[in-house]
Write a protein that binds this ligand. Structure first.
Ligand SMILES: [Zn+2]
Length: 443
């Protein structure tokens, strides 16, 4: 992998997704190759498990390749040598991740064990894939003696600068099948300018939630600037998906599996899943883009968020909490895409997110430290009269805690500026009346 030669200083990698169409024969060949890649993974998995029975250590990659050449050389047929190497590399990476998690005391860490039926194919730059001599197509290699798959050369521009990235600068690419959308796509690694690192003394504190996926607070010289990103549209998409899928599932359960009607309904279910998945993916990107831009405008160099990891675990039907967590709340929590959002924000800012304890952050009054029980989306302190958006209070408290190690009164000479933005996916189901909106707060 000649990745490093393809990025300049101050650049990092991102993945550009390019939808593609494959002709009938190529379509079948690509599917076959993805199944082959899975068989190869399964073979390596079985070999390493066999090895562990007789040895205390892990085999080397060289030993693993030997097992393949000796026992199943046929499995390499139809895959480029680098594709084979990358599959082995992935398994060895998974094993070493498992080892280091074990060493750091994670008792739940498990060695890779799951067999696969399907794996995307990865092609290295200059070997696995290359541009055809006429410069108009890219050819994906499937190893010696096998025809290549040629595709029109896509044009990729950087979303921030608009600059066209020539194919000489692309890294490896993956040929992926989306089973819900029933479409092929190329996931191409391309260089992108590294985001500015900001001033580490300026903290962006984030309160993550279900109604407003991200609320950011940053302290300036004369104010607390807060950005509330509204997730109403993403919520509508989730609601639409849940109700439509439930209805279809109900109808499916009354059909004979595999019948004409069953197939028709199942195809519909997949279509809805593909459509809503991409809408939610898009909403997560929009949310994190807005937060990253807000941080950049304030030159923030640290991201701190409240720690609620484990919240999903505690929502199971354990006796003490059963009454409080209604079925609906449980579903909303488990569909909360905060993990994905955090990863996207880390990519967009090039910073690691720090987690701190956030207990009482949404109840404590930032002005006088009294604990209130806000109803609805607004926060009003019964002691000092401080009034603000509820999520903004959470973010401001997290900010103060990140700075001082505990909750302390905010600087009341500074004003609180709250700005509202929406993350609006392209696909929007028709919705009825919006509930729970406080006029004027946008929340
Ligand atoms: Zn107060």
């Amino acid at each position: 992998m000649k990745r490093s030669a393809r990025t300049k200083d101050g650049e990092t990698w991102r993945v550009a997704i390019v939808p593609i169409r494959l002709s009938g024969a190529d379509y079948r060949r690509a599917h076959e190759a993805c199944h082959k890649a899975a068989s190869l993974w399964n073979f390596f998995l079985a070999s390493i498990q066999e090895y562990w029975k007789e040895n205390e250590t892990d085999p080397t990659e060289k030993e693993m390749r030997h097992f393949l050449y000796e026992q199943r050389p046929d499995l390499r047929d139809g895959l480029h040598a680098h594709t084979v190497q990358l599959i082995l590399g992935d398994l060895m990476d998974a094993v070493s991740t498992y080892r280091s998690n074990r060493d750091s005391g994670d008792k739940n860490a498990r060695a890779p064990h799951r067999e696969k039926n399907y794996r995307p194919l990865e092609f290295t730059a200059g070997f696995g894939w290359r541009v055809t001599p006429d410069g108009r197509r890219i050819a994906l290699s499937f190893g010696k003696g096998h025809k290549r798959i040629a595709l029109p050369l896509p044009e990729i521009a950087d979303p921030k600068t608009g600059e066209i990235l020539p194919s000489e600068r692309w890294g490896s690419m993956q040929l992926c099948w989306d089973r819900n959308a029933r479409k092929w796509s190329l996931h191409i690694s391309v260089p992108t300018p590294k985001p500015p690192q900001g001033n580490p003394d300026i903290i962006a504190a984030i309160d993550e939630g279900i109604i407003n996926p991200m609320t950011v607070a940053i302290e300036t010289e004369d104010s607390y600037d807060v950005l509330v990103v509204n997730g109403r549209h993403a919520r509508a998409v989730k609601h639409y998906r849940n109700t439509r899928i439930a209805t279809l599932q109900e109808k499916l359960s009354r059909c004979v599996k595999g019948s004409k009607r069953w197939r028709k309904l199942n195809a519909k279910r997949k279509r809805i899943e593909a459509m809503t998945d991409s809408a939610l993916h898009n909403a997560n990107h929009q949310t994190t883009r807005k937060v990253a831009d807000f941080m950049q405008a304030h030159d923030a160099g640290r991201i701190v968020t409240g720690d609620v990891r484990g919240i999903e675990k505690s929502t199971r039907k354990d006796e003490a909490k059963r009454v409080r967590n209604t079925k609906n709340q449980r579903r909303r929590l488990s569909q909360w895409s905060r993990g994905r959002q955090e990863t996207l924000l880390e990519h967009k800012t090039g910073m690691a997110i720090e987690h701190i304890d956030e207990s009482w952050s949404s109840k404590t009054c930032p002005a006088c430290q009294t604990r209130n029980h806000p109803n609805g989306r607004g926060y009003h302190c019964h002691n000092c009269g401080f009034t603000c958006n509820r999520d903004a209070v959470g973010a401001i408290n997290i900010l103060i805690r990140a700075k001082n190690g505990s909750y302390q009164p905010m600087d009341t000479n500074k004003t609180v500026h709250v700005k509202y933005l929406r993350a609006t996916p392209i696909f929007q189901p028709k919705t009825g009346v919006e509930h729970g909106v406080i006029p004027g707060t946008g929340a």
